[in-house]
Ligand binder design. Structure first.
Ligand SMILES: [Zn+2]
Length: 464
């Protein structure tokens, strides 16, 4: 069989791996590459003919794994896309959200180019109809249920935490009458993460393609999520009677946060403080979490039995329309506002920042990574003046951050995932989905444990 890493090679985004078994072509993930301009044709140049792909297997819904599927279909792929049931539902929400972002960007470009010399308008990468075509191709398979792709290949999804529905892909292959097993970890989650199950150990494999996002980096362990939230809320909303704004990605991060707050308030650790969740996408995706309740962790299931809905409590309000969102600025009691986008680029969070960044009694708690060039990055860097909605504003709000909500396992978790495999059987580990420094740190640690490790270059064929 032949493995080619076409995306997330020596970088984090754009996961796309091609495995060819007796001429049958399997594409694992088809993500957007954020290092290209995400919304335009830069993501359209596939290094293979999309019509030649027989089947796509999707590890999870995040856009850097799923976000280029509609382009693949627009360019002629006409096979099935295999994933778990929650992944299908969350992918639809995220792809539709991508289309809105593309349209918004196209509109902005149109305004900027008005009156200029250049009238060429880049088209959005794909439209709603392409997302609908993508959804029609999805075939869902539950966790730990072997599924035969053809006479030579059998697929099993193994739960890995990280995001509802996220799976590692295990392929048992008959290649020239020889049995081989290859695993793709997708993104590996953390242990003891709110709502989600711990990653399940992978079965023995001969080859492993693993993510390396947090290679060489460790999550802080001196405080729990609840302790951080209690301390921050106490200071921002109770001692100072101010506002706490938490920028959060709508899918995954918001649900983990709401559940953690529910535990805090329902156990009486803090007096009730008003909480607003202001993201339409978060509201819809929370329903997907409710629907696949049986996939949540034991703690969440026990909480449900004892106290009811994990994502609902008395002092919590989900905001639907823009009018109600704007009304939040007239709420003068202390409150917590959870809104998106997580890196503060667009979304309703921009209004909340605009109204509160110059408020001494406002705290902004970052719970996720902010990439370079985003408003979130500039605030975390400590810029005293930032641009919000075309206005220069001095930053008087207090800026805080925690890495405890990261949905990725850290260096030790990644090493442990590989160490579940015997070095006698596992012939080679391929590292993907990481910056080169992280990959190198992880490679060094794995080589010390006696594993053969490769940092694949983009587009190079590996015969296995
Ligand atoms: Zn992910």
């Amino acid at each position: 069989m032949k493995l080619t890493i076409h995306g997330a090679a020596r970088q984090v985004t754009g996961s796309m791996h091609l495995l060819e078994v007796n001429r049958y072509k399997i594409l694992v993930d088809c993500g957007l590459d954020y290092e290209k301009d995400r919304s335009t044709q830069a993501n359209e140049d596939f290094p293979f003919n999309p019509t030649d792909i027989d089947v796509v297997i999707l590890t999870h819904a995040h856009i850097d794994h799923s976000g280029n599927l509609p382009t693949l279909i627009r360019m002629g792929f006409d096979g099935q896309i295999l994933c778990t049931p929650p992944t299908a539902e969350l992918t639809e929400l995220l792809l539709m959200d991508s289309v809105s972002i593309f349209m918004h960007k196209a509109e902005k470009r149109r305004k900027h180019s008005r009156g200029g010399k250049h009238h060429s308008r880049p088209q959005p990468l794909y439209l709603q109809k392409h997302v609908m075509d993508t959804m029609e191709r999805m075939v869902t398979i539950g966790f730990n249920k072997p599924f035969r792709l053809n006479g030579d290949v059998e697929l099993t999804f193994i739960p890995v935490g990280h995001l509802l529905g996220a799976a590692a892909v295990i392929l048992k292959v008959k290649d020239d009458n020889e049995e081989k097993t290859i695993g793709f970890t997708g993104d590996i989650g953390r242990y003891n993460y709110p709502v989600l199950n711990d990653p399940q150990p992978l079965p023995p494999v001969d080859y492993l393609v693993t993510e390396s996002t947090y290679g060489g980096r460790f999550h802080s362990k001196d405080q729990t999520i609840e302790q951080v939230l209690v301390d921050t809320i106490e200071k921002a909303c109770i001692k100072e009677s101010g506002r706490l704004i938490i920028p959060a990605f709508s899918i995954g991060r918001t649900q983990a946060l709401v559940y953690s707050l529910n535990k805090i308030f329902s156990s009486g650790l803090l007096p009730p403080v008003k909480v607003f969740v202001d993201s339409p996408l978060a509201n819809i995706s929370t329903n997907v979490f409710r629907k696949y309740h049986e996939l949540l962790n034991d703690e969440a299931q026990d909480f449900y039995k004892a106290k009811g809905d994990e994502f609902e409590f008395e002092n919590l309000t989900y905001i639907e329309n823009l009018k109600d969102s704007r009304q939040i600025s007239n709420y003068f009691e202390p409150c917590i506002i959870i809104s998106s986008a997580g890196m503060l680029e667009g979304g309703r969070i921009q209004d909340h920042l605009y109204n509160n960044i110059q408020n001494y009694y406002c705290t902004i708690l970052f719970i996720g990574y902010c990439s370079k060039g985003t408003l979130g990055y500039r605030l975390l860097r400590g810029d005293p003046i930032v641009h919000i909605k075309d206005r220069e504003m001095a930053v008087y709000a207090t800026i805080k951050k925690t890495d405890l909500f990261s949905a990725h396992g850290d260096h030790q978790d990644l090493v442990n995932t590989v160490k579940q495999q015997s070095p006698d059987r596992l012939k080679r580990v391929f590292l993907v989905h990481g910056e080169v420094e992280s990959m190198q740190a992880l490679a060094d640690a794995l080589q010390n444990e006696g594993y053969e490790v490769t940092l694949p270059d983009k587009g190079v064929d590996y015969l296995l």
